[in-house]
Design a protein around this ligand. Structure first.
Ligand code: GLN
Length: 487
């Protein structure tokens, strides 16, 4: 298999551009060709704006931080003039974005080129991209397996060499888990670090946009561009944005990294566990001190999340009523039927399940028992992290308890799928940052190599710390350099 420019990192392309060996048009053409050659098997892309991207490439200023670099975009981030279907039939072919999300505006100002809309679980609800109302996306390492979710298209495109980098979103793990399943790097910034303006909301108190890339260095380059206060998102934080590249000095000697005992219990796949343990040993060899810690409320994280996230989703999805947004049925006899039928036809099973759960936990008579209680438990979970971060600089764990599972394996058992989010969800409830970086492989039942991710969590606004550790890890290992072999 020969490498194309689409297989390179942002950093590598930047050196080639600066040296005058390639042009932005070469990069965009190569990415488009790679998509044409390789995406039909994987199905990461929903649409490609080739002409627009080539026009932008011709005008690109390579002196800018992301000049001439194409980035694939999860299908729930608005890019002016492009479709934004959120992986849902209710919006498919009926909605074109009228504005750029703040992250897109910032990417464009930095010279980047949004290229292609990538698949996702409908409205970001899921862990496998099987809930997409539009198409299935396969894991480039094993076409029988899922790529993870909900940013499955983002991770699959980067892993497959059909994107240089991608933007995804993470409400309970949707950047880190697919990154881990596809052998890529995924960074979930702290709540408020990146503006959510123009991100179609799933659960507004948990959602964050972040990069999926081939290296932590590339994640730092993108974070440098997209982070910061935005007047259009009052939850974005007015805190100085450091130069994240500066922290990548490989120096992790003396850093204290906590291993939460609740994250290393039974139920973890043995191949995942041994890769993660070996990864922790590498961090130790690099001079980090590994410290035993406890996050005592971990067992409540999944249930707390599925109350809060569904409650917020039920409110956020009210706008898809086929009056304000969404496809309409053609033959309603009255307005109530219009709402009912349009929503019943447009939304998939998982989205309906969550709207029903969410309205239930908020309903009068039940909200104290569910929603209000969940908010209290959320505070306990957040306090666990505050307490842990008085002792350690970062926390290490597997990103997910298993590698990518088979397509269809869990689709009839949503609870089983919810439980698999156990290691990623608490970070969103606490508002802290986290990254997943490749740390090894395990073997699937059909003998295919499947990537394993190492998760590093850091205190709120300490993205520099987790990036520093994952970058140092990548500099002394080559897991992140391995790519799935294409036939
Ligand atoms: N898998 C989780 C869910 O289904 C997280 C999704 C996400 O982060 N968007 O809700």
């Amino acid at each position: 298999m020969s490498l194309s420019l689409a297989d390179l990192t942002i950093r590598q392309l930047q050196s080639e551009l600066k040296a005058g060996n390639i042009s932005p048009v070469d990069i965009v053409n190569d990415v488009i060709k790679s998509i044409e050659d390789k995406d039909s098997e994987v199905g990461a892309y929903l649409s490609i704006n080739s002409e627009d991207a080539i026009t932008r490439a011709k005008e690109a200023d390579i002196s800018k931080p992301l000049g001439g670099i194409p980035v694939s975009i999860k299908d729930l981030i608005n890019v002016k003039g492009q479709p934004c279907s959120c992986g849902s039939r209710i919006l498919k072919d009926s909605y074109t974005s009228t504005f750029d999300a703040t992250v897109i505006k910032k990417l464009k100002e930095a010279g980047a080129i949004p290229l292609g809309r990538v698949n996702m679980d409908e409205f970001a609800m899921g862990s496998s991209t099987e809930n997409s109302g539009i198409q299935i996306t396969k894991n480039p390492w094993d076409f029988d397996s899922i790529p993870g979710g909900s940013s499955g298209g983002s991770a699959a495109s980067v892993s497959n060499g059909t994107a240089i980098a991608s933007l995804g979103s993470d409400t309970g793990g949707s950047i880190r888990q697919p990154a881990s399943f596809c052998g890529t790097v995924g960074l979930k910034p702290s709540y408020g670090r990146v503006s959510r303006y123009g991100l179609v909301a799933f659960a507004s108190s948990l959602d964050q946009i972040g990069p999926i890339t081939k290296t932590s260095e590339d994640a730092a380059i993108i974070l440098n561009t997209i982070a910061g206060k935005d007047q259009h998102d009052s939850t974005s934080l007015d805190s100085e944005v450091p130069d994240y590249l500066q922290s990548l000095n490989g120096e992790i000697k003396g850093l204290r990294i906590g291993m939460p005992k609740e994250y290393f219990t039974e139920g973890i796949d043995s191949g995942v566990l041994s890769s993660v343990q070996q990864g922790i040993q590498t961090l130790n060899d690099l001079g980090a001190e590994i410290v035993d810690i406890s996050l005592p409320h971990t067992e409540y994280a999944v249930s707390t999340y599925y109350i809060i996230a569904t409650a917020e989703a039920s409110a956020n999805l009210a706008r898809f009523d086929a009056v304000r947004y969404g496809n309409r049925v053609s033959d309603p006899t009255n307005i109530i039927e219009h709402y009912r039928k349009s929503r019943a036809q447009g939304f998939g099973e998982e989205v309906k399940r969550r709207i029903i759960l969410g309205t239930y936990v908020l309903s009068s008579g039940y909200s104290d028992a569910y929603y209000v209680k969940a908010q209290k438990v959320r505070t306990l979970i957040r306090n666990d992290f505050t307490e842990a971060f008085t002792k350690v600089d970062a926390i290490v764990s597997p990103t997910a308890p298993t590698p990518a599972f088979k397509i269809g394996e869990m689709s009839n058992d949503p609870l089983q799928m919810y439980l698999a989010d156990i290691f990623t969800i608490a970070a969103n409830l606490a508002g802290i940052c986290g990254i997943s970086t490749p740390c090894g492989f395990t073997t699937s039942d059909n003998g295919k190599k499947l990537p394993v991710g190492l998760q590093l969590l850091g205190p709120a606004l300490q993205e520099a710390t987790v990036l520093k550790i994952s970058d140092a890890f990548e500099k002394s290992t080559d897991w992140h350099k391995q790519r799935p072999k294409q036939i």
